[in-house]
Design a binder for this molecule. Sequence first.
Ligand SMILES: *Cc1c(COP(=O)(O)O)cnc(C)c1O
Length: 420
Amino acid sequence: MRIETQCLHEGYTPKNGEPRVVPICQSTTYVFDSTEQIADLFNLPNRHMYSRFSNPTTDAVEQKIAALEGGVGAMCTSSGQAASLLSILNLCHAGDSFVCSASVYGGTVNLFAYTLKKLGIECIFIDNDADDETIQNAIKPNTKLIFGETLANPTLSVFDIERYAKVAHANNIPLIVDNTFATPFLCRPIEFGADIVVHSTSKYMDGHALQIGGVIIDSGNFDWTNGKFPEFTEPDTSYHGIVYTKEFGNMAYIIKARMQLMRDFGAYPAAHSSFLLNLGLETLPLRMERYCLNGEKVARYFAASDKVESVTYPGLEGDKYYELAKKYLPKGTSGVISVSIKGGSKKAADFINGLKMTSKEVHVADIRTCVLHPASATHRQLTDEQLIKAGINPGLIRFSVGLENVEDILEDIDQSMKKL
Ligand SMILES: *Cc1c(COP(=O)(O)O)cnc(C)c1O
């Protein structure tokens, strides 16, 4: 099936007389005929037993997302942050390290640089565009993985997945890619060598700004028996001595994540949230096409305006990442645009305040056009000088183009620009 068809048909196939739409199974637990059956379930967890581990509604969505990304299995989480956290904890413990592109989402940086450090896990940040030698030099004997973001939020840097995967694999470690902004419609990282894919489904996948969620997808391609990952090949004492690679083969990573980490941390989504996520996924291809069309038109408008200093949009010729975007994101580069308004923080704020239809909100990839000014929101305590030192242009705004008619979006921008 092609992706448009997968979005509608994967994950749930009703049998004779069953509901057409995946039902909301709002139940904590499941009943069995005998204690023996429940005992078997603990030996081989191949059915639902308790909704902290799995649930039929969420299971259908997991199967759909695994198919969309070309993986062997997926596990939904209660947020994108939980997906990033568990994807790392499944491979690293105190005393380990991992390498990460410095361009990743700010929330990911907080988690990796500060919170994981408190747990004894070191994150080594390198430039998103580092050459092979720099990546290699960052890898130490205790390094367990490399992490990057296909299309970074909000810098819109493109991650050279294939090149990073080669270096990772030469060191017998996997590559994890956060594919949130691209979604599997624009890029399927596994096809370029990524071993694990994570998402915040709160963005384009849900698409309607309805609920927070995340997901981890396992490609099934990485060989966990190479000697670097004893937790996969030695008996798990917390799970009556199960050996994940022996029992579950190429699904070892995703089943270990569920049976150890979801069991212990319990960051599983509610069935109703998964039902809503599924609704979003059904129209993902249509929406992504339109986000990209609208995004490109709006990016061109900004690029042509004399009130604009610079525009970052990898789909525009001349953008630093144009060539990489052609390779990894040939169908388009989403609806998110970074724009620097001439005149610094004040003018950027004036421009945003002058917008009428566009929502001012702390979100991105909403179905409605929305905008955020980092200098007056997330970084508001800094002066213009300090902002520049921190690498943030005071006039920078993050503009997220929605699905309104693009003429209405352009008219809103135009009327506010004219007032500047
Ligand atoms: C938003 C975001 C996250 C965090 O996801 P939440 O669902 O907000 O927890 C992680 N990565 C990227 C790229 C994001 O944009």
